[in-house]
Write a protein that binds this ligand. Structure first.
Ligand code: AMP
Length: 459
């Protein structure tokens, strides 16, 4: 039932599929292709390796009419590498259809050659949102004939601050088009984008293939209450401690633990319900953009966290009930990589671990931990540092303006610039930690969007 020839595909496409050696559809292809070929909008949760590129590639090539010389398909990707990969895959699928013109348009490349290659409309453009937006604005790209818009790795595009660019692009292309959205994760922000740009999308979720399935390793460690912090610091000092979430049962412990970790040289921050909204936002921004390595939180506060797939989650206290425990450990485990969930338990907390054991239906994996005395200050800093600009959407500041100022006048490489978050009156940008001070000086000396805004580093 999952052979490609059960689909209404052009013979040229079936021939390409055969040449490529695809014998059967992958689950994501089997589920999404029928709807896509009917012209429906589709939102699909799909990882790299699932065969998603061939899924939307086949569908968009089926829709394409080569005789019509105008832009009909726009594929937006978060990075140049992905755009190159997607372009290659589509070219292979189109190998038997003569005269398909595909162009890759990405930021970080000189504009001149791109403008030259746009003297005739391509059929298909694969590119990054900022650059595509620029071409549409300049009129070097015409969106009026677009039939299919693909948002590939949409979650990563949002992470990189492309949300506004995407909205702007959608406003500049033909009103009636099919939108295919692919994303590895489904945070609330993705649902919002889907609600804005899609019409009654067919939703598709496919179980990750067995080897890519998130696997969680649990460990339970019995500790003396007096050594709990030493044990925590020791467990966090490995590589996994570069992005870890620590749960405490009580608010006051959250602050105390975060402060103590900070004192011991970790980039650690506290998150709990007593904090002002702005402080919460700043903590969440810093944890997501990798400026904070260890986030210490209560269960309630962590609900606002849009991040799963952390390499390490530690329960500093045993959760009061098995459900809460399950929620905590569900924050770890990345596709293809094992996540580690460690629970610390003092002798007094053992009855709570028994409840978890009962709910789990199997013996808990206890391990011994030799807690060594702290050896002075161990530096365990996060890879990035956050700069705050006292300007935001109200000042018409966009992620691209900040990236432009950093890579232009400030002379940074785009690879040293991390996530950019623009709020109403403030913007945050993550910079590679060793370069943060240089970036700050240069930004202060120069201008952002032709203006001098107040800029400082967080913490
Ligand atoms: P993607 O998830 O799009 O990055 O694709 C992952 C890999 O799977 C690529 O190397 C594709 O060539 C390959 N692939 C896609 N569809 C199929 C299929 N139906 N059968 C076998 N391999 C496939």
């Amino acid at each position: 039932m999952t052979a490609f020839n059960t689909l209404p595909l052009k013979p040229e496409l079936l021939a390409s599929v055969e040449t490529l050696g695809y014998r059967q559809m992958t689950p994501i292809q089997a589920q999404s292709l029928p709807a896509m070929l009917e012209g429906r909008d589709v939102i699909a949760q799909a990882q790299t390796g699932s065969g998603k590129t061939a899924a939307f590639g086949l569908s968009l090539l089926q829709t394409l009419s080569v005789e019509t010389i105008r832009l009909q398909v726009l594929v937006l990707c978060p990075t140049r590498e992905l755009a190159d990969q997607v372009s290659k895959a589509i070219r292979k699928l189109a190998a038997n259809i003569p005269n398909v013109k595909l162009l890759t348009l990405c930021g970080g490349m000189p504009l001149g050659p791109q403008l030259a290659s746009l003297t005739h409309d391509p059929h298909i453009v694969v590119g990054t949102p900022g650059r595509v937006q620029e071409h549409l604005k300049r009129g070097s790209l015409h969106g009026g004939g677009i039939k299919v818009l693909v948002l590939d790795e949409a979650d990563r595009m949002l992470d990189m601050g492309f949300s506004e660019a995407i909205d702007d692009i959608v406003g500049r292309i033909a009103k009636h088009h099919q939108t295919l959205l692919f994303s590895a994760t489904y945070p609330a922000a993705i649902r919002e984008v889907s609600a804005r740009v899609q019409r009654e999308p067919v939703e598709i979720t496919v179980e990750a293939p067995a080897q890519a399935k998130a696997a969680i390793e649990q460990q339970f460690v019995e500790v003396d209450p007096a050594r709990k912090l030493d044990a925590l610091a020791q467990l966090l000092s490995g590589e996994r401690g570069q992005h870890a979430l620590v749960f405490c049962n009580m608010r006051r412990d959250v602050d105390a633990v975060a402060e103590e970790l900070d004192r011991r040289g970790f980039s650690a921050l506290a998150l709990h319900g007593d904090m002002e909204q702005r402080d919460r936002d700043e903590v969440l921004v810093q944890f997501a953009n990798r400026s904070c390595a260890v986030l210490v939180a209560t269960d309630v506060a962590a609900r606002g966290l849009d991040i799963t797939a952390l390499p390490l989650v530690i329960s500093y206290d045993v959760a009061h009930d098995p459900d809460t425990h399950t929620h905590r450990i569900g924050r770890t485990g990345r596709a293809g990589q094992t996540g580690l969930a460690i629970t610390l338990s003092t002798p007094r907390e053992l009855p709570k671990t028994e409840n978890i054991e009962q709910a789990l239906g199997q013996p808990l994996p206890w391990r011994a931990l030799n807690v060594s005395a702290p050896r002075g200050k161990t530096l365990n800093l996060a890879p990035m540092k956050t700069l705050v600009i006292d300007a935001g959407r109200q000042d018409k500041l966009r992620p691209g303006d900040i990236l432009g100022a950093l890579t232009g006048d400030a002379g940074l490489d785009a690879n040293d610039v991390g996530k950019i978050d623009v709020f109403a009156t403030r913007a945050y940008v993550a910079i590679s930690r060793p370069l943060a001070n240089k970036a700050l000086e240069r930004l202060r000396a120069g201008k952002v969007k032709g203006r001098n805004f107040r800029i400082r580093t967080l913490r």
